[in-house]
Design a protein around this ligand. Structure first.
Ligand code: FAD
Length: 489
């Protein structure tokens, strides 16, 4: 039996472990932390449970697929439900809008609340679906760094769709051309933040993202997002995968440009292949310091990071849902501050996630667990302590105004996670949430491939490499690796 060693048990590492185990490999996963999940982690505080990292779950079939691959029935391990209201939006002019999952109902709501003709909304969502269908197989499901990708029939499909993709325009330009209502443009531009990018720089191809949420749907896993990692680790263990916690890998061993094993403080382990789920930058700098690194790839600008206040709230707000957005008054200024001035906006858009709406035991009766997040730049040594203090006040004020309630007096307990903590806890370079940003047209091609072209037997999965960050793309990186690795006999 050939042996595979995986560095890191983020969602990409866990999914890769499952796929390689199914292929017949003996798989060992090394994790620096005391438990699995990486950014997808959870904690409890004074009777409140919080999912610390991701909160929005799309494309659940990519999780189901892993159970099916192992001949298991997904629902025996992992259950989820489709949301009926995806997001509750609060605009700065006090307008409120419920983003219904049903595209028809959503179009009617946008017409009634924002005055945008419903046919225009429906047309936009149809176009988003067409763009996704024309590009996903080429750009998301395969390596962009293998010739075989470019001689498949999927490429023809992508080429035929090129005029529709709007490669020359930014996301914002395309959305502003399509809609006169600034609030609806803001709602659509927001999808750039789903991979840590700036709608005023990112190409209009990112307009495929609304398709995932508004046509396919957003979902809530029973028990919260962490249930995804828990159920997959259970499956991996059943397939014989070994997890070694509190055991960071310190070096990737090679001889003659071929991987031979992994080094930890406990010893050297031999492997036929290794997969790094660690961010690609520290993988090269710390684990492969003797090797030549792909400097151009590593220099790509990083995505945004996040500042999160986890608040136990001594009250229940029926007007809030699972996902809530309190928009800034000037989105362009917000992104200018975020990506150009590399600071936190003075009027940030605030996202509030409340899992106790769906999992009542996540908070004591009559109370709520608020995950309050603003997009912030990745860590470049900003004065975070000052920025956090200022932002905390702004955020409390903003939500209090929108809800006409003094939120400050309701905060029962608090924990804070910022880019420094995200980097320290998960080794994500500069605390970026999604690896490199997608702020230019070539970004997809400039991401690190899922394999090393210099070192035989070395592969890469997770948010810092192709096809990108976020739960679905990390799961797809595992699929790409599995397609590249030969099956064990
Ligand atoms: C606050 C926040 C909000 C987010 N919101 C969303 C969302 O709503 N929806 C969504 O889809 N995505 C979201 N994301 C992004 C998503 O969480 C990530 O893209 C995804 O979880 C990253 O998974 P990964 O496989 O890259 O591994 P990571 O989660 O980055 O984990 C890497 C693992 O490797 C381990 N490791 C690192 N170095 C070593 C070493 N040398 N040896 C052993 N182990 C090592 C780390 O300890 C860690 O456990 C969010 C992220 C954050 C932080």
């Amino acid at each position: 039996m050939k042996k595979a060693g995986i560095i890191g048990s983020g969602i990409g590492g866990i999914a890769t472990a499952i796929r390689l185990a199914v292929k017949g490999y003996a798989v060992t996963v090394f994790e620096a932390n005391a438990t699995f999940g990486g950014k997808m982690t959870q904690f409890t505080l004074d009777g409140f449970r919080f999912d610390a990292g991701p909160s929005l779950f799309t494309m659940p079939h990519l999780v189901d697929e892993l159970f099916e691959l192992a001949n298991r029935h997904p629902a025996d391990y992992f259950r989820y439900q489709k949301l009926t209201i995806i997001t509750q939006y609060f605009f700065s002019d006090q307008t409120r809008l419920a983003a219904y999952a049903d595209p028809e109902k959503f179009s009617v709501e946008v017409e009634q609340k924002l005055g945008v003709p419903r046919e225009q909304v429906a047309k936009f969502l149809r176009k988003s679906a067409r763009m996704y269908q024309a590009t996903a197989d080429t750009f998301l499901h395969k390596s962009l760094h293998k010739l075989s990708t470019y001689i498949s029939s999927d490429v023809l499909k992508t080429l035929l769709a090129l005029p529709d993709l709007g490669l020359a325009a930014t996301m914002h330009q395309t959305n502003a051309r399509a809609f006169a209502d600034k609030r609806f443009v803001q709602l659509l531009d927001r999808f750039a933040t789903y991979n840590g990018s700036d709608p005023y720089q990112a190409p209009a191809t990112l307009n495929i993202i609304p398709h995932l949420e508004h046509n396919i749907g957003a979902f809530y896993p029973q028990g919260g997002i962490y249930a995804i990692a828990q159920s997959l680790v259970k499956l991996a263990e059943e397939l014989g995968v070994t997890f070694r916690y509190n055991e960071p890998v310190t070096a990737i061993r090679t001889i003659d440009h071929k991987v031979t094993g992994l080094q930890t403080a406990k010893g050297e382990y031999t492997f036929d292949l290794a997969v790094s789920n660690m961010d690609v930058m520290p993988t090269y700098r710390r684990l492969l310091s003797q090797e030549k690194a792909p400097e151009k790839t590593l220099r790509q600008p990083r995505s945004s990071s996040a500042l999160i206040f986890y608040w136990g709230i001594r009250h229940s707000f029926p007007e809030l849902h699972l996902h809530n957005i309190f928009f800034s008054a000037d989105y362009q200024a917000e992104f200018q501050q975020l990506f150009k001035e590399k600071t936190i906006s003075s009027d940030p858009t605030v996202y509030v996630n409340i899992t106790s709406k769906y999992s009542p035991t996540d908070a004591p009766p009559g109370q709520e667990n608020w995950f309050v997040m603003v997009n912030v730049p990745h860590n470049e040594g900003q004065d975070w302590d000052t920025l956090i203090n200022v932002t905390r006040e702004t955020v409390i004020q903003k939500i209090s105004n929108a809800l006409q309630t003094d939120v400050r007096s309701l905060i029962a307990c608090e924990k804070v996670w910022d880019p420094r903590g995200i980097e320290a806890d998960t080794s994500s370079y500069a605390g970026a949430l999604y690896g490199s940003s997608s702020n230019n047209r070539m970004a997809a091609f400039l991401r690190h491939p899922n394999f090393s072209s210099r070192l035989q037997g070395l592969y890469f999965c997770g948010g810092s490499v192709h096809p990108g960050g976020g739960i679905p793309l990390c799961l797809l990186s595992a699929k790409i690796i599995s397609d590249l690795v030969p099956a064990e006999q």
